[in-house]
Write a protein of this length. Sequence first.
Lengths: 266, 335, 313
Amino acid sequence: MSHTKTATLKAESITLAHRQFIVAENLSLSLPTGKVTAIVGPNGCGKSTLLNGLARIHAPREGSVLLDGKDIHRLPSKEVARKLALLPQDNTAPEGLTVADLVRFGRQPHQGWMTQWSKEDQQAINQAVLAADVADLSGRALDTLSGGQRQRAWIAMAVAQQTPLLLLDEPTSALDLGHQIEVFELIRALSRQGKTIAMVVHDLVNACRYADHMVAMKSGTIIEEGTPADIVTPELVKELYGVHCDLLQDPATGCPLLANLRPCNS
Amino acid sequence: MSSEITMPDTRNTLVNLALFGLMVLILLTSLSTGTVQISLSDTVSAVVGNADPMTDFVVNELRLSRVVAGSLSGAALAMAGCLMQTLARNRLATPGIIGIDNAATAFAVASVVGVGLSLAPSAMALAGAAAATAIAFGLAGANGTRGYRFIVAGIGIGAIAGAVTQLMLSRVAIDTANAAYPWTVGSLNARDNRSVLILGIGVAAGYLILMCVTRALNTLQFSDAVAIALGTRLRAVRILGLGLSVMLTGLAVSVCGPVGLIALLAPELARALCRPGKIPLTAAALAGASFMLVADLLGRILLAPLEIPVGIITAIVGSPYLLWILLRPSPRSLT
Amino acid sequence: MVILASLLNGAGPVSAIDVMAALMGAGTGEAFFVVTELRLPRTIIALITGLALGLAGAILQSMTRNPLAEPGLLGVSAGSGFAVALAILWGASTATITTMVAQLGALAGCALVIAATRVQGLGNDPVRLVLAGATLSSLLMALTSMLMLMDQRAADEIRFWITGSVAGKSLSMLWATLPFILVGLALIGILARPLAAMALGEKAAVGLGHHPGRIRFLITVTVALLVGSATALAGPLIFVGLVVPFIARAFSGPDIRKTLWLCVPIGPAVVLGADVVSRLIATPSEMPLGVVTALIGAPVLLAIVRAGRMPSL
């Protein structure tokens, strides 16, 4: 995509809290430009909260999130939405909304108070539905689609925003294996086109395979960060999830492969 | 495929036109119906300004102001309902059901019977609507505004407000109480022209503002995270929407009293007709005006020469529909 | 617990006595008339009404397992009110007919409520049921208003009656309703044990040798008898059946039998207290009793709904 410029996103010692309960303290993180970053960790470790913090959904109690070096909460929301798109976990849509309707919402950040639908908008949408492979579905209502199709439609909406940054919160949860691979391949393809992507993932195996950069979190802190090949070790897996495993190398791709998973106390 | 994507709004435009035509038709019928029956063509010429003095007097002096008041308050209630449903993400969360109408009435009655402050009814109704909204949304707090709990809390607020109204009425002389009675059931008889004028200004201003923020409002159909990610200034839009909803409700109540269920029915109809994905404010406003006029017309002709207050008609017509929503074995999501 | 209960029981009559004493100071002969002819019937009627409504609320809540199931909120009172309005419109005025009509209306309303709880999903959703009941109530109230419009003479009679008041009711009214209330009370005595078993679930109740269908029918009849009589006596008083068991449960815990016993003193105390307040708050005129019960009851409703967890029954 020609007009995809780059943008940087980083968190500087942010503290995130739900009411009195501090979820993550003093986190710093910088997303490598043009790469896929996977945030992994056990349930409740604060990874989704971190992603929401990065996406300015959740305001940090301390510290700041910087988009292109500026505090994200001080920038106009629309300007941020032209640089950063988010696919949240809870994506319910009104009944009967079609894929085309949904994708069109992705153009909102680019439209002014009174500006009409422009050619540029139309182009962006056509590209987005092609990229997410939902062109054939555009007239269908979201509630009639399969889980994988629906997720691709939502990604198409985020793609239509034409942002250099894309954040995804568990984009493959509740999808079967085939649909998971479909969505991961789409994410990788988007990254090849120059997008900087961060995603929260449960599935460590696919995270190893599709991420260029991995952030491992446990109880609100980042305990390891680096390429999957560098940081994924049996020790890390044990620390994160409390399971033993053996580590192999995928003969086809060379990325780490977990095998023989078993509970620690056996 | 691309045609599907490029032409967004033909259907909604058609719906709006049809509803507008319907409203005009009902408006004319309403103008022509009454103790003196006037033919539709005579009515039209009277409105345009060339009819005999008698017809002119009946249509323009007697009936026009009532019909204008009815359509404005119907439109205001419907828009307020549509907004509040969207903001609370709860299709039952209309001002009437969560007690805001009743509170506005209580305050307005306070003004009429002269208890306490002596502000104009419009201002008092606004204050009442604002207070009840603040309480309802404040009480919802962490429990959220989704689901039925919010609604039942609103019923509690409505009951308190209703009791307070009764309390005030029981403390004043019977004549004053009778003067305030139409207010407690919802009727177009108690209107005064200044309140109608203020309502007119309010409806026009509210509609214009809403049209400017319609895109942002549309994103509220999704979760908060999606709305923010699309660049919506959530807090600002919420405050604006809630404020407008309160204003429209308060002003409408100051004209017609607590006419229930229009705020629920009109947006329901509009949503059923329009394409999903947009908040159908225009269609809801037109449908609301039509509902109000039909209900008023029915109230005038059903037991003529007696007149049934419009609030009673909407309750009798609307309640079964609401019951049907509630009692269906598997209701759709509340949103 | 018994002491607490008796204290609560005392609260009502004592404040009534205060009022009497104040009146005694004005003139003994007149006061005697006021007390025996006006105040005493009123006090007795308030006591009986409170007893009936409190117990009706408690058993209805227990059976629907819904802390919000209140006869007034759910439209039972409105049904009975509508029936009475209809009867007045058709020229009925003797106390007996009104009572019967009110009970029939209450029976219809109550049957509707029980039927609604059997609608799939609704029985487990206390709040939705209440909303449906409130809607039914407002529908019936609108219909009643319409009846009032149709006949001005009847309207005055109905309007006086519809806000709920225990003033100006004669003891003959009480005699007319008393048999029904006694039958209702007797039924509660019989039903207490099966109700406690039903609290364990219908299957468990069957296992203990009860017949849920029969119990449900009897409860419907009992609630109708009690609410219908109370409505005939005092007009539709909403929220009494919510507040009384709510207070009682705070002391008794979940056991329905204890709750019912506690309702016996608390119900009359609440209604009588409300009646006293209604007399004092708007002196020299009076405020309808229904207004006071709404002012007391609505905050309780808010409190129950606001509690993070519905108290389970």
